[in-house]
Design a protein around this ligand. Sequence first.
Ligand code: FDM
Ligand code: MG
Length: 211
Amino acid sequence: MGGRGALIVLEGLDRSGKSTQVIRLVEKLVSMGKKASKMNFPDRTTTVGGLINEYLQSGKDLDDAVIHLLFSANRWEATRSIRDRLSSGETLIVDRYAYSGVAFSAAKGTLDIEWCKGPDRGLPAPDCVIYLDVSSDVAKQRGGYGEERYEKEEFQKKVRTCFEALMSQEPAMWRRVDANKTMDEVTEEIEGIATKIVDQVTDKPIGSLWT
Ligand code: FDM
Ligand code: MG
């Protein structure tokens, strides 16, 4: 008994069902008697997060490198809390992390993947990244995209290519889940993956991302 909690990240395109699955997974773990909570990035409640929010809602224009660094800073400002919570035995289920950071910035075509990874090197490394793989057809059927910057089909396709590149760099870290299935089927698959991870990491040190 005891030991640290797991850092489990869910990644995927818009309309992949990520946010719903994060909530369901936390509920499941809690119902099993585990200490678990959700986090999400960007965290729009901080000062840096407020700038990110303005940018996403299209009001504010920022250089591609600058907004990339702000997204990264928004993770760095949470790292002490992440480490403390994991160490206290709490499992964190995170809606997007540095992989979204790299995929969305690199998809613009102005910044390369290796440059994009730089500022996030040394963040707490996830124990597992679950990728909710949704086709553009199914994403469309789910009600299409919203109004924010990046919520456009053409751009999302480029983001998908960048996610694929990141997965092929670290195949052992990722679990791909077919998110075209029903929400309940996806929930079940994710629960199977996550509960195993939670039990496996209790005695492992927290890793350091991309170092
Ligand atoms: N996004 C998210 C980034 O561009 N970089 C990042 O580092 C992160 C975490 O922000 F389009 C993008 C992805 C998405 C947008 O995210 C807002 P949510 O999950 O829809 O709030
Ligand atoms: Mg969104």
